[in-house]
Ligand binder design. Structure first.
Ligand code: THU
Length: 129
């Protein structure tokens, strides 16, 4: 599977975003080691603080389905400057996915691919415990 397929899956997931407070819709997609795609969208909450980002929804959905190894991730939002994962999501992505490729994309077909290690240098994880 290529990155375009993953971006398309993130675009579709973005349509389910529940963002009545920020109106900022995000979609994410993760490819696991078996080639299956797990998607997520942001789900906001009236308390604001309980909001879940699209990336974490995708990771937790995948883990809850038994997936434990991942190849790549896509994040899609409607911004000219490509939307990166927030700090909390970088940490969760690192702990579950390691140094995967992560593509950021927008609705105009612009995209850029990064390694997670470059987005989260010197990460903390279970290897320190
Ligand atoms: N958000 C995501 O879902 N992923 C990101 O990478 C950035 C931010 C969401 C959280 C919140 O619902 C909205 O975007 C505005 O911050």
């Amino acid at each position: 599977m290529n990155m375009d397929t993953l971006i398309q899956a993130a675009l579709r997931a973005r349509q389910n975003a529940h963002a009545p407070f920020s109106h900022f819709k995000v979609g994410a997609a993760l490819e696991d080691a078996a080639g299956h795609i797990h998607t997520g969208c942001n789900v906001e909450n009236a308390s604001y603080g309980l909001t879940l980002c699209a990336e974490r929804v995708a990771v937790f959905k995948a883990v809850s389905e038994g997936a434990r190894q991942f190849r790549r991730a896509a994040v899609v939002a409607d911004t000219d400057a490509l939307t990166p994962p927030c700090g909390a999501c970088r940490q969760i992505l690192w702990e579950f996915c390691g140094d995967i490729e992560l593509v950021m994309a927008n609705l105009d077909g612009k995209s850029e691919t990064f390694r997670l290690k470059d987005l989260l240098p010197r990460p903390f994880d279970a290897s320190f415990l």
